[in-house]
Design a protein around this ligand. Structure first.
Ligand code: PLP
Length: 338
């Protein structure tokens, strides 16, 4: 029985063409600053992000943690939406590495209201941790792959800037937002001090993320990466996969978005409680998520329960139309226990 893996867009395997690009990559020692393929990737990423420089990191988590440490001082407060990745899924790294306190602000489907952000910035007072950084996640993972409008992004960075906060855009799925909105990353990230994005999610590379920002920050970011053990040697072999992904796998994200819509429409027609997704992530509300997940698995359909009554399904490079059909068939057979 074929298996359709909808647990995450991180499960993709490198394609043959990507592996060929990896094998052909010229390599050096990146910690010594002479891996030409990493340099090429960092230049390409910085250009896409509209920033002066970029730093290749092993993961999106490390890129976020470097940003937190780079843009704050220990004892500061960092504002972000309550579902944001650094608050939920980075093992309290912000508290341990940067020494900051995260203030989690509930938003709508992962999107913060600028007025709420303004209200959460505490006045200057020795009792309070000073807020010095606002993090925005686009697309929002827990929000269901939601995309900020440009007005929302601009309003959030304006509020932050006016209150003297710095800004980081966690763009783990930035290119899903770019493809869904038709707005280039350089524009979407223009109001932010730093932006990170991942190659190892919808773009299909096995490993790799970047943190992009102005050169004066990137120098220190490189030192923090070293401190965290993220200095990699012949990492051009990985950077080559990321370059391949950037060159060949961005526009095709539209196919994932279409398949996510097809899947959600099919599920709706079967009476499942699901929202029409904006990008590649959908959440289905069911009565017993772990039980339904187990029975779907028996039918070759893998997904993740993200709560007692929620299943997450993510579309990506390795799920084709037949995979969507197989998932719909399995869900249809299990309507009775939804
Ligand atoms: C929004 C967001 N930020 C950061 C990350 C971290 O990426 P990584 O798994 O590469 O550490 C993820 C991973 O799913 C994510 O969804």
């Amino acid at each position: 029985m074929p298996v359709v893996d909808l647990r995450s867009d991180t499960v993709t395997r490198p394609t043959e063409a990507m592996k060929k690009a990896m094998m052909a990559a010229p390599l050096g020692d990146d910690v010594l600053g002479d891996d030409p393929t990493v340099k090429r990737l960092e230049a390409a990423a910085a250009e896409r992000a509209g920033k002066e420089g970029a730093l290749f990191t092993p993961s999106g988590t490390m890129a976020n943690q470097i940003a937190l440490a780079l843009l704050t001082r220990p004892g500061d407060e960092v504002l972000m939406e309550a579902g944001a990745h650094p608050f939920n899924y980075e093992a309290a790294g912000g508290a341990v590495i940067a020494g900051v306190q995260i203030r989690a602000i509930p938003g709508q489907l992962g999107i913060l209201d600028p007025l709420d952000v303004e209200r959460h910035i505490r006045p200057t007072d020795p009792h309070f941790a000073p807020a010095t950084l606002l993090c925005v996640e686009d697309t929002s993972n827990r929000g269901g792959g939601t995309v900020h409008t440009l007005d929302q992004l601009d309003a959030l960075t304006k509020v932050a800037r006016e209150a003297g906060l710095r800004t980081h855009l966690d763009g783990a799925r930035a290119f899903n937002a770019v493809v869904a909105s038709g707005v280039p990353l350089a524009r979407r990230a223009s109001g932010f001090d730093t932006v990170s994005f991942c190659f190892s999610k919808g773009l299909g590379a096995p490993v790799g993320s970047v943190l992009c920002g102005p050169l004066y920050l990137m120098e220190r970011a490189r030192r923090i990466r070293k401190m965290l053990g993220g200095g990699m040697r012949q990492s051009g072999i990985l950077a080559a996969a990321c370059l391949y992904a950037l060159e060949h796998h961005v526009d095709r994200l539209a196919e994932d978005h279409q398949r996510a819509r097809d899947l959600s429409m099919g599920l709706m027609m079967d009476g499942y409680d699901v929202r029409l997704p904006q990008t590649n992530i959908l959440f289905v509300t069911v009565s017993d998520a772990p039980e339904l997940q187990r029975t779907l698995e028996e039918r070759g359909v893998l997904c993740l329960p993200t709560g007692p009554d929620t299943l997450r399904l993510v579309l990506h490079l390795d799920v084709d139309e037949a995979g969507v059909e197989q998932a719909l068939q399995a869900f249809a057979e299990l309507k009775g226990i939804r």
